[in-house]
Design a protein around this ligand. Structure first.
Ligand SMILES: [Zn+2]
Ligand SMILES: [Zn+2]
Length: 326
């Protein structure tokens, strides 16, 4: 079978690997259909995540079919499923409180441990999430990245008429546009890239601006999904008094925050990291609704042997989700 493999940063290849053996009692074997290229895959590829391990098989966003199931699993052969790609221990105080997303022992697949960009993989059944039969595979591949959005938007109370600004229109930003419009929010999108702003407009009635074009507008909720210093600082400036800033983008840079502004204006800053199983379930429920419009998210689906071009294209920042077909 074929798998993607990163010997070192920037040295990505598609190579022949041995087929996985039979799954253990608690595991399943899956034949992978699609793999979505994520921002974190690009960061592992470029070598910009300090805790990434090499060599590594990348990838965490996959849809596949169960082809063999251990005796202690409830998985049925033939079921299509996605993978919950962050391990959790189930025993720490956070896991016990249902917050597996901040488990002390969490390991992200494809970053710290081998990922799932391969034609066949074996995985613990507790990380296998079945997909409804009627859901198209092109929609199902969005469950994992969309669960990130679902988790983030739950942090703020998004309702009909909520004035929401989304800074950054990568996949998470665009999925947030889709969900916020579905929930009836008034959506403004801010991005430095005009190509992405045009893409954001495909989801429905949104106002779009470059960061420089935002003057004295303020918003009930600001979702920071760009993950750069200047956008985090702008996010703080454009929250209304009493409003909420949800921090979703990841940057290691220090930013300038004004405590007096946060205190006097009673601004809440809420961090949001990945998702829980409940967010996966909610993501599936939204994606099962035909009225929930996300079609523009998948920019293209390419055969896995075009992986290099796919990663290069993803790295330009001009596309939404690029999906590899295994
Ligand atoms: Zn991802
Ligand atoms: Zn834990």
């Amino acid at each position: 079978m074929l798998e993607l493999f990163l010997e070192n940063p920037m040295q990505l290849k598609l190579r022949e690997a041995a087929l996985p053996t039979s799954p253990k009692n608690n595991e399943v074997k899956m034949s992978i259909i699609y793999g979505g290229i994520c921002g974190s895959d690009l960061r592992v590829y470029k070598g910009s995540i300090s805790y990434a391990k090499y060599p590594i098989r990348p990838g965490h966003e996959v849809l596949g079919t169960v082809i063999e199931a251990g005796v202690d699993t409830n998985c049925t052969v033939g079921t299509r499923a996605v993978i919950f790609p962050n391990t959790f221990c189930g025993k720490c105080e956070f896991c016990k409180a249902g917050k597996t997303n901040i488990c002390k022992h969490k390991q992200p697949l494809g970053v710290a441990v081998d990922g799932v960009f391969a034609q066949e993989v074996i995985i613990d059944a507790k990380y296998v999430v079945p997909v409804p039969e009627e859901m198209a595979s092109e929609r199902a591949i969005l469950i994992e990245p969309f669960a990130v959005t679902v988790h983030a938007l739950k942090k703020a109370n998004i309702n009909k008429g909520t004035k929401l600004a989304i800074i950054g229109s990568g996949t998470e930003g665009l999925l947030s546009v889709a969900l916020a419009l579905h929930l009836g929010a008034e959506v403004t999108v801010i991005d430095v890239n005009p190509v992405k702003l045009e893409l954001a407009k495909k989801f429905g009635p949104v106002s779009v601006f470059t960061p420089q074009e935002i003057k004295d507008q303020v918003f009930d909720v600001v979702l920071e999904a760009a993950g750069v210093k200047s956008s985090v600082e702008q996010a703080m400036q454009i929250v209304k008094p009493g409003g909420v800033m949800v921090a979703l983008g990841i940057t290691g840079d220090s930013v300038n925050l004004s405590p007096i502004h946060i205190v006097r204006s009673e601004i809440s800053i809420l961090g949001s990291i990945i998702y829980t199983k409940q967010d996966f379930a909610d993501a599936i429920a939204y994606l099962s609704n035909p009225d929930f419009f996300v079609d523009p998210i998948v920019s293209k689906i390419v055969p896995v042997n075009q992986f290099q071009e796919a990663f290069n294209d993803a790295a330009t920042g001009n596309f939404a989700k690029i999906v590899l077909e295994f």
